[in-house]
Design a protein around this ligand. Structure first.
Ligand SMILES: Cc1cc2nc3c(=O)[nH]c(=O)nc-3n(C[C@H](O)[C@H](O)[C@H](O)COP(=O)(O)OP(=O)(O)OC[C@H]3O[C@@H](n4cnc5c(N)ncnc54)[C@H](O)[C@@H]3O)c2cc1C
Length: 396
């Protein structure tokens, strides 16, 4: 059974996010799209949101349960992620906070590491970001094939390699960087390090220019003889017996995947609303000629698929909250929702006709924003492979 009742606090939080979305997230997302540049980290809005306690919605690994109360962190993350993404998916990732850097610290970090690396995030005066660096120019889906090398040197580790498309990495206080101690060990050689922003050897940080989702930065960088103290090895040496490093990465993906998946539902809902408003304003929906019947059919198709996709995300988040395996369900959600969202954005453009391809209408931006949802956090093909292997009982 899935419980949808998360209490009055969450309802109030969603209302605050909705208000922020209407006033800032959507306008800033549109502005960034027109400027073709991410919203800068010193933009006053980020400070305002940070001081209000509203940050990135990917707090999925956060337990948020005290005094024996049930865990609701993943479901809370899913609700906030859909709402923020509805207003602007690019802005939802641009928001300050731990983002994808949070779950590995939460699931693998020692108490001392958590205390040390979370400290900046308690400062409410200035917004802070963290980032998660796995992808490399030659290793995206093939996570096991990362080439960034980590070599122990006394009480330091020396990192050499390159990372690409790492969200918010240029503005992050620290980045969780995945490297290998021995390429021949495959996943068994993986280690995660926390690399702080001003570490010498963290170089060549540069923006990648995307077709959509422009409000947040996707950056690439090089690690050149980048020395980090041994304290920065996430979880410490003991954590990496067996395949624990790789499992740590996978576990953090399972925690964040339902929230990423539901962001596509936020985009789909925005496309649906835009198309419905346009149809209401421009066409008499009751006119009995086939063209108008087709609009209604398209709107109904969008509405029912949005419901189905949302339920998949909810189920995966519920399982995460109740500490049950959710790998198949999270993959199902992530494989399904970007397809729905692409269809919804495409149908919305169709409904608007020529108006749909000009940038005065939000659907034109949604059409460009939505494509990356199938790529981030494991592509659709990879999710289908993960599901298929699991369903026939093969190991990952
Ligand atoms: C906007 C954006 C934000 C991102 N943010 C981050 C981030 O914060 N941190 C981070 O580490 N990474 C991030 N990424 C990178 C993202 O995780 C990768 O792009 C993704 O894993 C796919 O890797 P790739 O782009 O190298 O594609 P590839 O792995 O090269 O895949 C190319 C195509 O081949 C298909 N394919 C690959 N292998 C198989 C297979 N075995 N069978 C069938 N088909 C296959 C894929 O589905 C895809 O269609 C981001 C990417 C984008 C676009």
């Amino acid at each position: 059974m899935i419980s949808f009742d998360l209490g009055p606090d969450i309802t109030a939080e969603l209302e605050r996010v909705g208000d922020l979305g209407r006033r800032y997230l959507r306008p800033l997302g549109i502005e960034a799209d027109r400027n073709r540049a991410p919203v800068p980290p010193d933009h006053p809005f980020f400070k305002l949101a940070w001081q209000m306690g509203i940050g990135q919605p990917l707090g999925a690994a956060e337990p948020r349960a005290t005094g024996g109360a049930p865990r609701i962190g993943a479901r809370r993350g899913v609700l906030l992620a859909e709402e923020m993404s509805y207003w602007d998916r690019g802005m939802s990732v641009a928001m300050p906070g731990l983002g994808l850097g949070g779950p590995p610290l939460a699931s693998m970090g020692t108490p001392e590491q958590k205390e040390h690396f979370l400290k900046p995030f308690h400062d409410r005066e200035r917004p802070h970001w963290a980032a998660f660096g796995m992808t490399e120019p030659g290793a995206g889906s093939d996570v096991a094939g990362i080439q960034t090398m980590a070599v122990r040197d006394g009480d330091h580790w020396v990192l050499n390699g390159a990372k690409t498309f790492i969200s918010n990495s240029m503005r992050a206080d620290w980045i969780v960087v995945w490297a290998t101690v021995d390429k021949s060990l495959g996943r068994g050689g993986h280690r995660a390090f926390i690399v702080e922003h001003d570490t010498p050897g963290l170089e060549d940080l540069r923006y990648e220019h995307k077709m959509g989702l422009i409000a947040y930065e996707s950056s690439s960088f090089t690690l050149r003889d980048c020395r980090v103290p041994s304290f920065h090895l996430l979880g410490g040496e003991a954590h990496y017996a067996g395949r624990a490093g790789f499992k740590g990465a996978m576990k953090s993906f399972n925690a964040t995947r339902p929230a990423i998946a539901v962001m596509a539902i936020g985009i789909a809902r925005a496309a649906y609303d835009s198309a419905r408003e346009f149809a209401r304003a421009n066409y008499a929906l009751e006119r009995p000629i086939p063209r108008y019947q087709r609009y209604r059919e398209k709107l109904a198709r969008m509405a029912r698929k949005i419901e189905v996709g949302r339920l998949l995300c909810w189920r995966a988040a519920y399982l995460a909250d109740s500490e049950q395996p959710n790998e198949i369900e999270a993959s199902m959600a992530k494989a399904f929702t970007p397809v729905i969202a692409q269809e919804a954005a495409s149908l919305a453009v169709e409904i608007l006709g020529d108006a749909g391809v000009v940038n005065e209408h939000y659907v034109e931006k949604l059409y460009r924003d939505v494509k990356a949802m199938d790529i981030v956090e494991g592509t659709g093909q990879i999710q289908r492979i993960v599901m298929a292997r699991r369903l026939v009982g093969l190991p990952q």
